[in-house]
Design a protein around this ligand. Structure first.
Ligand code: CP
Length: 307
């Protein structure tokens, strides 16, 4: 059976552990994996802009000895002529061994996977899910904190449209004694279905508006997010919201010493550049972990064994 990745919950906790172990081994012993994908091709089908996800997927496949093909805009593909995402995927199945697809419509990668003859990875669908960012976040947290159990995680910014937040909540909700502090303006709170899911699993969470010393005092991780301009219906609302939170040096001075700062990137203004040198700022390391975990994901979905 072909294995796809649409949501982080497509992997059991045990499968996820194995994937993260593999990513850790790749980080320590990259030469061991340098030819495991010789002769294999990855297609990157990006109907929305991307820097990290597309290029880290491409770097991952090249690091494994494989090749890459694809497009970085729907406008440069036959979608422009009216081809459906299902037909596109069916055809790409004839050209590549595995595909990563990003699409502005929620569920489009799932539709693509239903017509595909090769593994399909959801590289972000609208405001819904971004499972490979979650794998990146989990590898970062496990590498730098050493555990998932017992963590208090603050999620700050656009929690309504920020798909990385929805996927991360889903994934972390499977561990013990995890607590969320949801920091957002009222207009950008996490969707009702995400809250209902946390309630059904008895995951403790609180919603607050301010990002200050009191909010941050118990946090092990502060996960900042950008206000998702591209999902707003009007410019006025975006302009009103865009600088609601700015994590700067003054805020970091009253934050706990142990509090890691993560961000899926790209950042706009929500983290001042002056925070980059703070030892707690881990967002560029996080981007590096994204390559290792995508290498592990490609190997896993292709069912490859290290010689
Ligand atoms: N984190 C992330 O998805 O970044 P890109 O939009 O640049 O891929």
């Amino acid at each position: 059976m072909i294995k796809h990745l649409m949501s982080p919950l497509d992997f059991s906790v045990e499968e996820l552990d194995r994937l993260l172990d593999l990513a850790g081994d790749i980080e320590r012993n990259p030469a061991k994996y340098a030819h495991i994908c010789d002769g294999k091709k990855l297609a990157t089908l990006f109907f929305e802009p991307s820097t990290r996800t597309r290029l880290s997927f491409e770097a991952a496949m090249l690091n494994l000895g494989g090749s890459v093909l694809g497009f970085h805009s729907g406008d440069s593909s036959s979608t422009k002529k009216g081809e459906s995402v299902g037909d596109t995927m069916r055809v790409i199945s004839c050209y590549a061994d595995i595909a990563a697809i990003r699409h502005p419509k929620e569920g489009a990668p799932l539709v693509a996977s239903m017509r595909s003859l090769i593994p399909v990875i959801n590289a972000g669908d609208g405001g819904h899910q971004h499972p490979t960012q979650t794998l990146t976040d989990l590898l970062t947290i496990r590498s730098l904190k050493g555990r998932f159990n017992g963590l208090t995680i603050g999620l700050c910014g656009d929690l309504k449209f920020g798909r990385t937040v929805h996927s991360l909540i889903d994934a972390l909700s499977r561990y013990h004694d995890v607590r969320f502090v949801l920091i957002s303006p009222e207009e950008l709170q996490v969707p009702g279905y995400v809250k209902e899911s946390m309630k059904a699993k008895n995951i403790p969470f609180e919603e607050v508006v301010r990002l200050d010393e009191t909010t941050m005092k118990d946090l092990d991780i502060l996960y900042m997010t950008r206000v998702q301009k591209e999902r707003f219906f009007n410019e006025e609302d975006y302009i009103r919201m865009k600088d609601f939170y700015i994590l700067d040096k003054a805020k970091m001075e009253v934050a706990p010493d142990k509090m890691l700062v993560l961000h899926p990137l790209p950042r706009v203004n929500e983290i001042s550049v002056e925070v980059d040198d703070d030892p707690r700022a881990a967002y560029f390391k996080q981007a590096q972990y994204g390559v290792y975990v995508r290498m592990a994901l490609i190997i896993t979905l292709l069912g490859l064994e290290v010689a």
